[in-house]
Design a protein around this ligand. Sequence first.
Ligand SMILES: [Zn+2]
Length: 405
Amino acid sequence: MKGIKRYCIIVLIMTFGVICNGFSAQAIDKEFGSIAFQHLSYLSQNIGERVAGTKGEERARDYLFQAFEDLGYDTEIQAFSYTNRGTTVDSANVIAIKRGSLKEEIIIGAHYDSVRGVEGVEDNGSGVGVMLETAERIKDLKIPYTIRFIAFGAEESGLRGSNAYVAKMNASDIANTKAMINLDSLIVGDNMYVYGGLGKKGFVRELALDIGKEIGIGLQTNPGLNPDYPKGTTGDWSDHAPFHQKGIPFGYLESTNWEIGDMDGYTQTEKHGGIWHDPSKDNMRFILSEFPERMERLNSYSHILTKLVLQLAAAEPSSIEHINRLVEYARDEGGITNDGAARALSTHLTAVKHYEDKGSIDKAAKHMKGFVQLLEHQKNDGQISDKAYHILKVDSMALEKKWNK
Ligand SMILES: [Zn+2]
């Protein structure tokens, strides 16, 4: 056993070298992926199997509660029970909140339980690790929206944790939740995917794909080869499903391969088929020996998720009202120091709104372009901060793009 342990440590160090090249950190001075890997290692090696209702799941829950608390999040445990073959099973979600000044919120979720017999490296230590890394990266940033991280219990027993959470949401909770991002099984699949809803509700997926392109990561979406799962979407088999059923737009990150097997996303790799739920494969030793370079995915997904959350939480591409709120927010937070500048922006938005209300969408789009030019001008004059400029520009351009479609 000692030999195996030493082997693991050497491989871990070697793999860590792979993870540690790449992107420069934004919010904190650590390489993307490194924090996710630490948490993943603890969950899979120090705790191991985390079956719902067992000591393993409870230990993982305590660990996650402490990890979020240590980061300074307002953290709570949401207990729930369900019946499985006549026996009551107790589990719980761990919820960590960073409150913003606006009522809108973004939820990021990953289940921390596992099936029996696995270390749960892939399913789903990987998702929990990336979630915690993102929590660490954004914890000190001023973000308009509320950010809520949820580590779900008992996903493998039928999405129990996410169902329990959604069952407690009231109508305004649902209306204020602008997006839910689910992370489940991120390392070993042949390709990196993001899925979302159909039509306008697919905006989280589209944004993630844009970010992937921008930072040079080969993120793609389900090509839709299987008619049961149209292009861009996925099945209702993970914690995004209860949110999706309530009409909340979702994004879902996963590594698998939609072009092999039954083309249902279930066969993750050409080399070894599905890794998840297989005790001989979903463990550190197997993954590091068969797919060592794919640990790098922790880096890629942490980078994408951090950017995705920041963009979603500051900029919802939907309305003039929203951009107006962002102007107010920027002024309150000191991003716009000059009252005249704030007034000029509001006046311009009122004009755009006027055209929108009249149904002159072409004119509205043209004036929205003018708004972006005004922002640029104000930034160059030092009237608004770079950050305020960026937040307002992302949202404004998204709105203009929507109108130009
Ligand atoms: Zn899973």
